[in-house]
Design a protein around this ligand. Sequence first.
Ligand code: HEM
Length: 150
Amino acid sequence: MEVFLQLEAILESPLTFPTLECFHIAGLAVGIGTIAIVDFRLLGLGLRDQKISTLAANLTPLTLLGLCVTFLSAGGLFYSDPDLYYLNHSFQLKMVLLLGALMFQFMVRQPRALDDPPEGSARWVGAVSLLLWASIVFCGIFIGFTVVPE
Ligand code: HEM
């Protein structure tokens, strides 16, 4: 009981939401930042002296760490007002895009990158991945500016 009261006090503190947002942003900077490095390499922009598969394999732990921090902080942000968020169109779109991005990441982009595609042959994979993750960031920003219907 005591633990729940303490947890409630933490959740109600005015510092909790901005602190969680800091972790959300730090996590996505690491997660999406490392995804973007491989995507730009697939596009043939930068790091061309590095093997795509080595880059993808070496960055995977950081990508997973970043995404874990983002998801853990997301739970706290969402829990602060679930009724508001799940009716918010930017939030809804963000969740759909997130599902698509995760499926694309683990079913298409990562296997292709680890397979060392011939130079330039998987440009579209890097482009689609970058577009998906960037759209999720944009939707995240728009959540706070989207009016929830009454
Ligand atoms: C890699 C995945 C994700 C990315 C890139 C991402 C990105 C963002 C960004 C850029 C913001 C805006 C922060 C700001 O303006 O200060 C945000 C806020 C937020 N995100 Fe995420 N997010 C992700 C996953 C999630 C998930 C899975 C959830 C929920 C289950 C979630 C829930 C929220 C909430 C509730 C906010 C606060 C919105 C507000 O009131 O302004 N996010 N996210």
